[in-house]
Write a protein that binds this ligand. Structure first.
Ligand SMILES: *[C@@H]1O[C@H](CO)[C@@H](O)[C@H](O)[C@H]1NC(C)=O
Ligand SMILES: *[C@@H]1O[C@H](CO)[C@@H](O)[C@H](O)[C@H]1NC(C)=O
Ligand SMILES: *[C@@H]1O[C@H](CO)[C@@H](O)[C@H](O)[C@H]1NC(C)=O
Length: 294
């Protein structure tokens, strides 16, 4: 990289700010309070789970089934929460750490546009009533193909500033990576032109984390072992992995902001295993950044 870049991590969707303990005897507070720094590479860690509506189970089965706890689906979960928990969620929504959108993530191919509008309206109304906010970011990470109607009608016209999407044709994706055009301003409507354009970001791969950064309870990625008395202490190594993955991604995008989609199908069934590692990574990567690691 020609430029000197130092890593900085900023979390968009972290539900838990400070984690307690690392399973050892020492109490440790991880510093996750970093914000955006203009001249550094900003890695946005977006924690997400993905439960294709009706794919393997019905919505209700996803919610109450043996296989999941709180992940699906937000409206049902919300109804079951105490006022204290609802207050916490409201704070996360207001601080921009939790974004929600439509009732589901609609397909963009076979679905009739009336249904796309209806489900988006239903979801947005719920959020308006409960949180008094309008979602700003669209999240279409799993439709097999994408349509201009999404960009202008269900993106710009419903008030989104941006939308992020996964699954584009692999040849198109390869070309965009080499041209650094995964992120574009999309004018989805010829007649509306610039009045309904939207910032659109396609993912460089799928909607998964970089390889080696999966932290579900049964995932094989190495956790950050930060007790120096343990033989498998690996802070430096994990920070190096993080930096390498971030630099590789920054190499195919134009700005010093990149997103890591920290999750995939059916993840966060035990969310603390993810957030504990994310907090450690934020803490240690920023620590090295402060000493001009990169
Ligand atoms: C946490 O990091 C931020 C940003 O680097 C810094 O301003 C703050 O002083 C740190 N807090 C603690 C308790 O170290
Ligand atoms: C859990 O869910 C997965 C995927 O939906 C399914 O293959 C598996 O059989 C389920 N296990 C149980 C115990 O329900
Ligand atoms: C950055 O991209 C160039 C051109 O595609 C490639 O040759 C190089 O290996 C990449 N560097 C990294 C760190 O991914």
């Amino acid at each position: 990289m020609g430029r000197e870049r130092v890593l900085l991590v900023w979390v968009v969707a972290v539900l838990i700010i400070i984690m307690v303990g690392v399973g050892e005897s020492k109490y440790m507070v991880y510093n996750t309070s970093q914000g955006i720094v203009a001249d550094k590479l900003n890695v946005h860690l977006v924690a997400h789970s993905h439960d294709d509506v009706g794919w393997l189970k019905t919505v209700d089965q996803y919610y109450v089934g043996s296989n999941n706890s709180i992940q699906a689906f937000f409206q049902r979960w919300w109804r079951d929460q105490s006022e204290a928990m609802q207050l916490v969620v409201k704070k996360l929504v207001n601080s921009g750490q939790l974004e929600n959108g439509g009732m589901c993530m609609h397909d963009e191919g076979p679905t009739h546009y009336i249904d796309m509008i209806d489900q988006t309206t239903l979801g947005h109304l719920f959020i308006k009533v409960e949180f008094n906010v309008t979602p700003r970011v669209g999240w279409q990470i799993d439709p097999f193909g994408h349509s201009a109607v999404q960009a202008y009608l269900l993106g710009a016209e419903v008030g989104f500033d941006s939308f992020f999407y996964g699954r584009i044709d692999y040849q198109d994706r390869a070309k965009r990576k080499s041209e650094k055009s995964l992120e574009v301003i999309w004018r989805g409507s010829k007649s509306l032109g610039s009045s309904s354009q939207i910032f659109a970001g396609a993912f460089p791969e799928n909607y998964e984390p970089p390889s080696g950064f999966y932290f579900e309870v049964n995932d094989a990625s190495p956790v950050v072992q930060d007790d120096p008395e343990f033989f498998d202490y690996n802070v430096q190594e994990r920070v190096n992995d993080f930096v390498a993955a971030a630099v590789a991604q920054a190499n195919i995008t134009r700005t010093n902001h990149i997103m890591w989609t920290m999750g995939t199908d059916f993840k966060y069934q035990y969310a603390h295993t993810w957030f504990r590692q994310l907090d450690k990574l934020i803490h240690y990567v920023n620590m090295f950044a402060d000493s001009n690691y990169l």
